[in-house]
Design a protein around this ligand. Structure first.
Ligand code: PRP
Length: 190
């Protein structure tokens, strides 16, 4: 496997590729049901949500009688940089291309931890007049929330560990792992 160089740095696998795929499928069915017959703009939050956004949109398209059309766009924000701890400040690196006014918008995140990123995005996007704004999060770490932010679709509640894989990184590595893993602490001890 191409991820062999990561061997020895991974403490344990938390969710397998199959478990993640099943969770994405569940999320897609729920979204497709709620937006049946309506247009939907899916906004993936890069970089972390690259994998889940693509897999989710494909799964939504396989559900019969789902949204009437799906538009896909991305924005890029960052608050962790190369650290395992949030800077507490969310930086917008690239805004959306699509106008969201009057549209049903679904924000897709790979993970929520302290909640500041999703809160920042919700308040920014609500100010742009969408018809509706919902959020979908694959991995929910509910232990260190600093703000109360609504999540409409939750995939997998995740242990309170620093996790990598399926889009999530440590210093830009590990995003390509097909599963979610906990890193050995010495890898990121600062
Ligand atoms: C990660 C993740 C979420 C955010 C969640 O992004 O993709 O956007 O952190 O954390 P929070 O709830 O504590 O705010 P990161 O800033 O690491 O950028 P990345 O997506 O490019 O990895």
């Amino acid at each position: 496997m191409t991820t062999k160089s990561y061997d020895g740095t991974i403490e344990r696998k938390l969710f397998s590729e199959g478990e993640i795929a099943a969770a994405v499928e569940r999320l897609a069915k729920a979204v497709a049901r709620d937006f049946a017959g309506q247009p939907l703009l899916v906004l993936g939050v890069l970089k972390g949500a690259l994998y889940v956004t693509v897999d989710l949109v494909r799964a939504i398209s396989r559900v019969p009688d789902g949204p009437s059309q799906v538009e896909l766009d991305f924005l890029v924000v960052s608050s962790y940089g190369n650290s395992t701890r949030s800077s507490g400040e969310v930086r917008m690196l690239k805004d959306t291309n699509a106008s969201i006014a009057g549209k049903n918008v679904l924000v897709v995140e790979d993970i929520i931890d302290n909640g500041l990123t999703l809160q920042y995005l919700r308040s920014l996007l609500l100010g742009r007049g969408p018809a509706s704004l919902k959020s979908c999060v694959l991995f929910d770490k509910p232990y260190n929330r600093r703000v109360d932010v609504p999540i409409d679709y939750v995939g997998l509640v995740t242990p309170d560990e620093f996790v990598v894989g399926y889009g999530l990184d440590y210093a830009e590595s590990y995003r390509n792992l097909p599963y979610l893993a906990q890193l050995r602490p010495w890898v990121f001890s600062e």
